[in-house]
Design a protein around this ligand. Structure first.
Ligand code: 5AD
Ligand code: SF4
Length: 476
């Protein structure tokens, strides 16, 4: 995997009745954004919007943006440039097009977007999605510019939860937003605001609703998901789950609790910060069967000097100690990481420390990036910015090592029997695709009746992106 910054389009609903209006949503960046886009589609459908797969046919275009790397923000501006032409073509035939910029670029740049691109009708940040219907109505009435980038968090989680569409046996569930860590390279604390945890009761209610609709695997989402803290559930659904010393639940307790909900068989969460990996959460990996043995725990760099300059709040040795504790609790846990090469001041020696860290640690999956200078962040103003060709060379070396580890991890599954949750039909007839506990895609010949079930599969081979399995037991 080169980058986890992808651009996806919200899927149109096949066979949906032709509505009066149509909307096109383009998603840039992370899973959190993909989740937000899904929510926006869910808010638009009841308003009579059909979700279409091209901007040319759309009355409303939403660019759900990502600001995390400079290239991503620039991509939004160039997409807006192209939309200007599409919009005037539509206007020439008497049709209209409303353009909204949502997400983190909207949050960070606010009114500047409209100044730079007057074709934009609406700008709203990640905390304002649930007001999309209201904003559309206001815009439609006035066609004036609307700015809504305030951090108004209340009710947001709950309103979005009601508006969601669910397909298949897996679903995301947002439990936390925002970040107080202020890594010196990162825009998230400025664009997504402070860390906020969703209340336990609301999370439990949403998980129950998902389970009732056939969801068997939930992925708990948050920018700092393991910083989640909230009051214990009112009904423990069994023997009481002991709170932390401060009387609240952390993510470990929440996972144990959600695992008690009938129908929820698998729990994952992302993205975690090494500083928030508390003892209970680590223990839960060993004790809670539903907690999948896979953890995305970004380290960013293997050099202490760089970790300090990044304000990560931990050393390489502290990260390694956390991994050792995790492996003691759950020996087969698979790790995934994020890495940045070419952070300001990174020397060859620092970079070698990152390679050595990767060699020692062993990652099953990873996302790695060249440092990108984000205006307004402390690192952007740091001296000793690293030259582009150096970044490129380091990234290529790091990615070669990480890719070799990923392939080795996949090949190590050959001959094993893994429980696979089948999610959707595969490319070939008679084939289904599912996920192993380690988040690997697994293809197997299986009847459609196996969709939504967990069945044991013997792994017989690997393809570049997946494992090939043969079902060797009943699905449940
Ligand atoms: N430059 C490069 N990579 C970045 N990330 C975040 N900000 C930057 C930046 N300015 C990466 C980090 C983070 C992931 C989501 O994106 O590795 O964990
Ligand atoms: Fe950004 Fe650091 Fe917060 Fe992650 S922990 S969102 S990298 S500031």
């Amino acid at each position: 995997m080169k980058e986890n910054s992808t651009i996806t389009e919200a899927a149109p609903v096949e066979g949906a009745p032709r509505a009066g209006k149509s909307a096109f949503i383009r998603t840039y960046g992370c899973q959190m954004n993909a989740y937000d886009s899904e929510r926006m589609a869910g808010l638009l459908r009841p308003l009579g919007y059909e979700i279409v797969d091209a901007p040319e046919a759309a009355d409303l275009v939403i660019l759900n943006t990502c600001h995390i790397r400079e290239k991503a923000a620039e991509k939004v501006y160039s997409d807006l440039g192209r939309l200007r032409a599409v919009k005037s073509e539509r206007e020439a035939v008497g049709a209209d097009m409303m353009i909204a910029v949502a997400g983190c670029v909207a949050q960070a740049e606010g009114g500047e977007i409209i100044e730079r691109m007057p074709i934009v009708d609406m700008v709203f940040g990640p905390q304002a999605y649930h007001r999309l219907p209201e904003m559309l109505a206001r815009t439609a009435r006035s066609r004036g510019d609307i700015l809504d980038t305030d951090f108004a968090v209340e009710e947001k989680f709950d309103r979005l939860a009601l508006a969601r569409d669910i397909e298949g046996p897996t679903a995301f569930l947002t439990i936390q937003e925002g970040c107080d860590k202020f890594c010196t390279f990162c825009v998230v604390p400025y664009t997504r605001g402070a860390e906020v945890s969703r209340e336990t009761e609301a999370i439990v209610a949403e998980a129950r609703m998902l389970a009732a609709r056939g969801v068997r695997e939930v992925t708990l989402l948050g920018q700092n998901v393991n910083a989640w803290r909230a009051a214990p559930a009112r009904d423990p659904l069994g023997a009481p789950i002991a709170a932390r010393e401060d009387g609240v639940w952390g993510l470990g307790q929440l996972c144990r609790h959600l695992a008690r909900i009938e129908g929820i068989e698998r729990i994952r969460f992302t993205t975690s910060h090494p500083r928030d990996m508390d003892a209970d959460l680590i223990a839960a990996f060993g004790e809670e069967e539903a907690l999948m043995p896979y953890l995305h725990l970004p380290v960013q760099s293997g050099a202490d000097r760089i970790l300090a300059a990044m304000n990560r709040g931990h050393t390489e040795a502290e990260y390694a100690a956390t991994i050792a504790r995790l492996r003691a609790a759950r020996p087969d846990i698979a790790l995934s990481g994020d890495f940045i090469v070419g952070f300001p001041g990174e020397t060859d020696e620092d970079f070698e420390a990152t390679l050595a860290h990767v060699e020692r640690t062993g990652y099953a999956a990873s996302f790695s990036f060249k440092y990108s200078r984000r205006p307004g962040t402390p690192a952007a103003a740091m001296a000793k910015q690293v030259a582009e060709p150096v970044k490129e060379e380091r990234l290529a070396r790091l990615q070669a090592l990480l890719e070799a580890q990923r392939v080795a991890f996949n090949e190590a599954q050959i001959g094993k029997v893994l429980p696979v949750l089948f999610e959707k039909p595969g490319r070939n007839p008679g084939q289904l695709v599912g996920k192993s506990p380690y988040l690997q895609s697994v293809h197997a010949s299986a009847p459609e009746s196996m969709l939504g079930k967990i069945a044991p599969a013997r792994i017989e081979g690997v393809t570049p992106r997946a494992l090939a399995g043969v079902i060797c037991g009943d699905g449940r």
